[in-house]
Design a protein around this ligand. Structure first.
Ligand code: GDP
Ligand code: MG
Length: 174
C-alpha cells in the first residue's frame, strides 16, 4: 500500500543586508523569474513553495526579511521564531555584506532553542556580475570551512535551486 504524501511545512528565513538580492532569490526560486527593478522590502514578505525531497513533499514557508545594514541590529523575535532553516545572503560585489551576514548568524545562534546549530546556507549572490576568489576566501575565513557556500545568481538562476535543495535536505535530516 502506498503511503499518503506527508505534508510537512517548514519555515525558512532569508537574511542579509539590503540590496543583496534576497527578494530576487525568492522570486527566482518560487516563480522562476527575475526583475531588474529594486523595491525595498519593508518588514517581511512571506511566500511559499512545495518541493519534493527524497519522495517527501514539503511545503516551504519562505520569510523574506527586510535588510539589516547595521552590524548588531536585531529582527523582531516573531520573525525568526519557529524557523527551521536560514539562508544568509551576501553580495559578491560588496564584501562588507559578508560581515553583516556573519553578525546575523550570531543573532540566529542566540535565538536557537536547541543545543545543535540550526541548518543554514550562505549565498554569495550576483555571481553573474563577478566571480571573486578573494571574496569567496573571505567568506570561508568568516564562516568556516564547514559552511555550505553557494555562488548564486538570481538573474541567471545559477545554483539557486541547488542552495534551497541543500537547505531542505539539511532541515529534513535535522
Ligand atoms: P534585497 O534587498 O536583498 O531583497 O535585494 P533585491 O532582491 O531587491 O535586489 C536588489 C537589486 O539587485 C535589484 O535591483 C535586483 O534586480 C539586483 N539583483 C538581485 N540579485 C541579482 C543577481 O543575482 N544578479 C544581478 N546582476 N542583480 C541582482
Ligand atoms: Mg527585499
Amino acid at each position: 500500500m502506498t503511503q499518503p504524501p506527508s505534508s510537512k511545512s517548514k519555515k525558512i528565513c532569508l537574511m542579509g543586508a539590503s540590496g543583496v538580492g534576497k527578494t530576487s532569490l525568492v522570486k527566482r526560486f518560487v516563480e522562476g523569474k527575475f526583475d531588474d527593478t529594486y523595491r525595498t522590502t519593508i518588514g517581511v514578505h512571506i511566500d511559499s513553495k512545495s518541493v519534493t525531497c527524497d519522495e517527501e513533499q514539503v511545503k516551504l514557508i519562505i520569510w523574506d526579511l527586510e535588510g539589516k545594514d547595521d552590524l548588531g541590529s536585531e529582527y523582531p523575535a516573531t520573525y525568526l521564531g519557529g524557523a527551521q532553516g536560514y539562508m544568509l545572503v551576501a553580495d559578491v560585489t560588496r564584501p562588507d555584506t559578508l560581515d553583516i551576514a556573519k553578525s546575523l548568524l550570531s543573532t540566529i545562534m542566540r535565538h536557537r532553542r536547541e543545543e545543535r546549530d540550526p541548518p543554514f546556507v550562505l549565498m554569495l549572490n550576483k555571481n553573474d556580475i563577478l566571480q571573486s576568489p578573494t571574496v569567496t576566501n573571505r567568506a570561508i575565513e568568516l564562516f568556516g570551512d564547514d559552511t555550505k557556500l553557494f555562488g548564486t545568481s538570481a538573474k541567471t538562476g545559477e545554483r539557486v535551486n541547488e542552495a534551497f535543495e541543500h537547505l531542505v535536505r539539511q532541515m529534513l535530516d535535522a
